[in-house]
Design a protein. Structure first.
Length: 82
């Protein structure tokens, strides 16, 4: 019976999830695991990918809110000025 990948805690950093995803991709591309192991790793990769996409989406929303507060047009991102 296949084992399920562990859930990703909400406290996980984006960079850590992305690093784990990159490592999983390298492992899967190596092709040294059984089909069952590959499927578990693929499922974990899909979970990590979704986590990263949601993290990026949340960050984009925060940037939009901050830019709106700064006085830019609603929903319009302004160029970054250091």
């Amino acid at each position: 019976m296949s084992k399920k990948p562990a859930a990703i805690p909400k406290s996980t950093k984006f960079e850590d999830a992305l690093g784990e995803l990159e490592n999983l991709i390298e492992t899967l591309e190596g092709g040294d695991q059984s089909l069952e192991e590959s499927l578990v790793q693929f499922e974990r990769g899909m979970m990590l990918s979704k986590f990263c996409q949601l993290s990026l989406s949340d960050a984009e929303k925060k940037v939009k809110i901050l830019m709106e507060d700064k006085g830019s047009e609603k929903g319009q991102l302004a160029d970054f000025e250091p």
